[in-house]
Design a protein. Structure first.
Length: 193
């Protein structure tokens, strides 16, 4: 079992996977890790759908049609969907992450689901797997929900899972000082230490 700091430091966004199938017990371990995650008011709003093979590829194909069906230009950042669809086809497993729509709980549910997905990504490292947290499903989320038979749910994101076929170096990180704000008090600004 890896130490916590090692798991956190080794976590990477993996975009190339081997063809090796992910064992059922490892998929269960990923979901169990998410199940144990904290959530706002203990709502546990996440719903997971595991896709493999043709079902997973159909989602990728749906994402690729985004560019064929629109008669207006998409924002530049939407173009990453093309690459993400190829990653999905390469990955042995795709986990779709849903919630029941409820605007009163949108922020709370989104935060809770984000924490659950991070549990999956960190557990993947511990199990020798790679993961890619995917937001690009956003552009075709209604179509994907209909495709997989859950039109009543809202697709929040997806996670590609498999054995990594790449080991990228850590991406640059901003220094901690850029994230810590200064406290503004009645006596003026003071730096938290």
């Amino acid at each position: 079992m890896m130490e916590w700091n090692t798991v956190v430091q080794n976590r990477r966004s993996i975009r190339k996977f081997t063809e090796k199938a992910v064992e059922r017990e490892k998929i269960t371990a990923l979901l169990e890790s998410a199940r144990l995650c904290q959530s706002a008011k203990n709502r546990q709003p996440w719903r997971f759908l595991i896709l493999e093979d043709g079902n997973k590829d159909a989602v990728a194909d749906m994402m690729l049609t985004l560019f064929e069906q629109r008669d207006y230009p998409l924002p530049g950042y939407a173009n990453s969907s093309r690459h993400t669809a190829k990653v999905i086809k390469n990955a042995p497993v795709l986990i779709l992450v849903f919630r029941y729509p409820n605007e009163d709980w949108l922020i709370s549910d989104t935060l809770s689901i984000g924490a659950a997905v991070e549990h999956i990504c960190l557990q993947a490292v511990e199990l020798g797997l790679g993961a890619l947290w995917i937001r690009d499903t956003e552009y075709t989320k209604e179509e994907i929900c209909a495709l997989v038979g859950y039109p009543q749910l809202e697709l929040v994101c997806a996670v590609a899972i498999g054995y990594p076929d790449e080991f990228p170096a850590p991406r640059p990180r901003k220094p901690l000082q850029e994230f810590v704000l200064e406290e503004i008090s009645q006596k003026g600004k003071t730096q938290l230490s």
